[in-house]
Design a protein around this ligand. Structure first.
Ligand code: ADP
Length: 476
C-alpha cells in the first residue's frame, strides 16, 4: 500500500507485487506497485504539507517524534518478527535493529529543540549579522533492504525534526517493514502529507521523478555506489541537496600486540552480522603474520558453531542472502579466490540440506592467503565470507587498507595507544572502530568518505543535512 497525504491507498495503475520470505520462498504479502504518477502525487502532498509542518514549533514536532518512539517500542516484537520474515535476519538481530531504529525517533525528538541560530560580530558598528537554520523543504528518500526499518527512521526522524516533509521509496524486497513504520507515523498523529510512502517493484521511474521533480529540495539515498552516483548526477541538474550512504570495503586490522582470541571473536561477530550484508561489514581482514594461526583457529572454531536457517528458529545466527544473484556473487568470489591460491578453512558452498534449498543460504566461510589478485580483495562481498590477509608492517597495512575507492568503516585491534591513534588519524574512513565492532548509534555521525558517500546520518550532524543556513545582514 501507498501512504499518500495521510491515507493508505493502492497504486493508480491498480497493480501490485509479491513479497517473498528469502528463507523459504513463501509469499508473505502483496503490495501496491506505484508508478511515476503516484510518486508525483506523493511529492505534491509533501509540498503542500511543508508550509504547516515547518511552521510548527520545534516542541510540537518533537512531541510527534516522541510518540513515534513510544509506538515503535510498543510494537517492537511484532516489527522484529516481520523483519525476520521479510528480510531474513535472525530475530535477535531484528530486535536490535528495531531498537536502533526507534532510537532515531528519540534522538531527533530531542535534537529538534537544538536547532539554534547565531548572532555574529559584524564589521560595521551599524550592522548586525544573524544566522538562521531553516528546513530545506521536501525530501525524497530511497532506502535499502538490508536494514529495512532503521534506514527509514535514520532519514525520516531528522527530516521531520528539522521541519522538512518527506517521500520515502523503500526497497522492493522489504516494503512491508516500511508500511509498518508508516503505520507508526500515522498512529503518532503526524499530519497528512508530512510523511509519504511509495512502494514499487520498479524503482527506476520513481527514482527519476524523485530526482527530477522541481518540488524536491533534497535527495537522501542509502544503497549501492552505482545507483547513488547515478541519482546524485541527475539531482545535480536542478542543484538538489544530496546525502548518500553507499558501499564499503572495510579493512579489519589486527596488530601483533592484540589478543588474537578477542580480535577473532570481534571479527566473527561483525563479519557475519546480517549474513555479511552490511556496508560496514569487514571485507578485508588483515592479520599480523605472527598471530595469524591462533587468529584463524579461533575464527574457524566460532564459525563452525554458527547455524544457518530461518531466523525465527532458536539458535539460528545466519540468515539467508537476499536473492539468487547475491548467492552467485559470493560463490564466484570464493571460487575465484581458491583458483588464485587462497586456502578454504570452512564453508565455501551453498547450503541446501534440511530444507535450506528453498532459501538463499550460503555457508559461513573463512579464507586465508587472500591476495590483491583476487576479486574478493577488491570488491564488496555483501555475504558471509571472511577473507584473511597477512601483513608484517604498520605503514604497509595502513597503505593497503586505504588503497580502495571506498571509505566507510574500518576496524583496528591493538593495545598500543600510539598505534591506535596513528591508525585512527591515518585511515581514510568515516567510521573507525578501535577494539570495537559496533561504532554506531543514533547519537553518532555515520557516513563515508570518497565513494562511500556524502553527508552524515545520526548525531548532531544528521539534522544539519536537512537544514539550510541563512545569513541576515541588518543595517540599523
Ligand atoms: P542493492 O544492490 O543493495 O539492492 P541498490 O542501490 O540497487 O542496492 O538498492 C538500494 C535502493 O535503491 C533500493 O530502494 C532500490 O529500489 C533503489 N534503486 C535501485 N535502482 C534504482 C534506480 N534506478 N533509481 C532509483 N532507485 C533505485
Amino acid at each position: 500500500m501507498l501512504y499518500v497525504d495521510g491515507e493508505w491507498r493502492g497504486a493508480s495503475s491498480g497493480r501490485s507485487f509479491e513479497v517473498v520470505n528469502p528463507a523459504n520462498g513463501v509469499t508473505i504479502g502483496d503490495v501496491a506497485d506505484a508508478n511515476r504518477t503516484d510518486a508525483a502525487q506523493a511529492i505534491l502532498a509533501a509540498s503542500v504539507a511543508f508550509n504547516g509542518w515547518s511552521r510548527l514549533t520545534a516542541f510540537e514536532r518533537s512531541d510527534f517524534l516522541y510518540r513515534a518512539y513510544g509506538l515503535m517500542m510498543e510494537r517492537k516484537e511484532a516489527l522484529a518478527r516481520l523483519m525476520t520474515e521479510e528480510q531474513g535476519k535472525p530475530i535477535k538481530a531484528a530486535r536490535n535493529e528495531v531498537q536502533y531504529a526507534a532510537d532515531f525517533f528519540l534522538w531527533y525528538a530531542e535534537e529538534a529543540k537544538r536547532v539554534y541560530g547565531d548572532v555574529l560580530p559584524a564589521p560595521r558598528s551599524d550592522q548586525r549579522f544573524l544566522v538562521l537554520r531553516q528546513p530545506v523543504g521536501v525530501v525524497a528518500a530511497i532506502t535499502p533492504w538490508n536494514y529495512p526499518v532503521s534506514m527509514i527512521t535514520r532519514k525520516v526522524a531528522p527530516a521531520l525534526a528539522a521541519g522538512c516533509t518527506i517521500v520515502v521509496k523503500p526497497a522492493e524486497q522489504t516494503p512491508l517493514c516500511a508500511m509498518e513504520v508508516f503505520g507508526i507515523l500515522h498512529d503518532a498523529g503526524i499530519p497528512a502529507g508530512v510523511a509519504n510512502l511509495v512502494t514499487t517493484a520498479n524503482p527506476a521511474p520513481i527514482g527519476e521523478e524523485l530526482v527530477e521533480n522541481a518540488a524536491v529540495a533534497k535527495v537522501t539515498f542509502t544503497g549501492s555506489t552505482e545507483v547513488g552516483t547515478m541519482l546524485a548526477a541527475r539531482a545535480a541538474a536542478s542543484m538538489k541537496r544530496v546525502s548518500l550512504e553507499l558501499g564499503g570495503h572495510a579493512p579489519f586490522i589486527v596488530f601483533e600486540d592484540a589478543s588474537p582470541d578477542y580480535a577473532a571473536k570481534g571479527a566473527s561477530l561483525v563479519k557475519f552480522l546480517n549474513t555479511g550484508q552490511a556496508c560496514i561489514s569487514p571485507n578485508r581482514i588483515y592479520v599480523h603474520k605472527s598471530i595469524v594461526d591462533p587468529f584463524l583457529d579461533v575464527l574457524v572454531e566460532r564459525v563452525s558453531r554458527m547455524r544457518a536457517g530461518d531466523g525465527l528458529e532458536e539458535g539460528v545466527s545466519i540468515g539467508p542472502l537476499v536473492d539468487e544473484q547475491a548467492l552467485e556473487k559470493v560463490n564466484r568470489q570464493v571460487g575465484d579466490a581458491i583458483d588464485h591460491g587462497a586456502t578454504l578453512h570452512i564453508g565455501g558452498q551453498r547450503l541446501t540440506e534440511d530444507g535450506l534449498d528453498a532459501g538463499f543460504f550460503y555457508a559461513p566461510t573463512v579464507l586465508s592467503g587472500v591476495t590483491p589478485e583476487m576479486e574478493i580483495y577488491n570488491q564488496e562481498t555483501f555475504g558471509p565470507v571472511a577473507p584473511v590477509i597477512t601483513f608484517t608492517d604498520d605503514d604497509e597495512v595502513l597503505s593497503l587498507a586505504n588503497n580502495t575507492s571506498y571509505g566507510l568503516a574500518a576496524y583496528v585491534y591493538t593495545h598500543n595507544l600510539s598505534r591506535a591513534m596513528r591508525m585512527f588519524e591515518g585511515l581514510h574512513f568515516g567510521i573507525v572502530g578501535v577494539n570495537d565492532i559496533n561504532p554506531t548509534a543514533a547519537a553518532a555521525p555515520f557516513g563515508g568518505m570518497r565513494q562511500s558517500g556524502i553527508g552524515r546520518e545520526g548525531g548532531r550532524e544528521g539534522i544539519a543535512e536537512y537544514l539550510e543556513v541563512k545569513l541576515g545582514g541588518f543595517s540599523i
